[in-house]
Design a protein around this ligand. Structure first.
Ligand code: BMA
Length: 361
């Protein structure tokens, strides 16, 4: 009897181990990317650019072009992409989703790193990310009337993410940065229309749905507030929890415009301290000077804050926004008066472009 009982216990243990290992048969690509980000942060700070391969000043489409390369001689190390208007053929900035997939595959094959943002339309009414009227977050969550519509949007995101495969049919790891700048009031998931508790539910639900329901094993998740915090406690006001987040970021344009470099440094330092404490990656997830209206912004502003102290020096990357046209751009094109300044920045030992990270595995 005792033997039979022991056998049963053993058999159950073996079976449950089997189920567990079957469930985890996918390669641990996120862990690999996480460790690579840690290794790279020891070497320097990667430079990133939104939509870098998709278009730039006076060019558009798949030409192997890049404004960073045109001006500084190499591609960025971090490439930002955008899922706004998922479900349409092109995203909200006119880039075909099919092309984004190919760019992401190309970046990965060349040893670069991809990050994906999502200026999501409100699933309830399909109004764009910046429309903050008629917002009812609870209605999107389980039990809410619009939960099926929300799931449909997440299904579209998952469908796209599942296409991001390398030549071995393994999903390419990406840094996914949903619901960003939640501490500002300009997005429907922002502080004006979404309480911290609602935000946390929205964030957790999205991540659980994509990872567990949709089996996306390739997502490193970024928590990325804007600059509306002065303390770690304020930074964490809408934090969904350590088990939901891999990367702590901050978006900050405003403190540069206000010429408060001290505040940029202060906020980056808060992010780095928290990342160290929580064993997360720290990054400057979005910044820039639109049209480079600030004189020699790259060396007189950005490099200054990145070099401010050992903590700011330790972040994994900094990403600047897109080069739409001459009225909206963040990287100088070759004939721009700040092209030399950008070259100087890009050549600094601290700053890593694609070539600099290819050998860091
Ligand atoms: C903003 C601007 C918009 C764009 C949006 C999402 O900062 O660049 O033109 O649609 O980001 O990429």
């Amino acid at each position: 009897m005792v033997r039979k009982f022991l056998f049963l216990i053993l058999a159950t243990m073996l079976l449950s181990c089997g189920t567990k290992s079957r469930k985890n048969t996918h390669p641990n690509v996120t862990q690999q990317l996480f460790e690579r980000l840690q290794a790279i942060s020891e070497a320097g700070i990667m430079f990133g650019h939104q939509d870098d391969l998709a278009y730039g000043i006076d060019w558009n489409g798949d030409k192997g072009e890049s404004d960073v390369k045109r001006t500084a001689g190499d591609y960025p190390a971090i490439f930002g992409w955008e899922l706004g208007d998922i479900g349409n053929e092109t995203n909200l900035d006119g880039v075909p989703f099919d092309s984004i997939k190919v760019y992401i595959q190309r970046v990965h094959a060349k040893g670069g790193i991809n990050t994906i943002s999502w200026h999501a339309r409100n699933p309830a009414n399909n109004l764009d990310a910046w429309k903050t009227h008629d917002v009812d977050i609870e209605s999107l969550l389980p039990g809410g009337a619009n939960n099926p519509l929300f799931n449909k949007k997440l299904d579209l995101v998952a469908e796209f993410m599942h296409k991001l495969k390398d030549e071995n049919q393994t999903l390419i790891p990406v840094i996914f940065r949903p619901w960003h700048e939640m501490d500002g009031g300009w997005f429907w998931w922002g502080s004006k229309t979404c309480s911290p508790q609602q935000f946390i539910k929205l964030f957790r639900y999205s991540v659980d749905y994509l990872k567990n329901e949709k089996n996306l094993y390739n997502l490193l998740i970024a928590y990325s507030p804007d600059r509306n915090f002065d303390t770690a406690q304020e930074y964490l006001e809408r934090y969904p929890g350590d088990e939901y987040v891999d990367l702590l970021g901050v978006d900050n344009y405003g403190d540069f415009t206000a010429n408060r470099l001290d505040n940029v440094v202060k906020k980056l330092t808060i992010v780095v301290d928290l990342a160290n404490e929580k064993n997360k990656i720290a990054a400057f997830t979005e910044t820039g000077s639109n049209c480079l209206s600030i004189e020699n912004w790259y060396t007189s502003n950005l490099l200054q804050v990145l070099k401010a102290n050992n903590k700011t020096r330790s972040i994994a990357y900094v990403l600047v926004w897109r080069n739409r046209d001459r009225e909206h751009f963040y990287v100088p094109y070759p004939e721009h008066p700040q092209a030399d300044d950008f070259k100087f920045f890009a050549n600094d030992n601290l700053i890593l472009l694609l070539n600099d990270i290819q050998n860091i595995k």
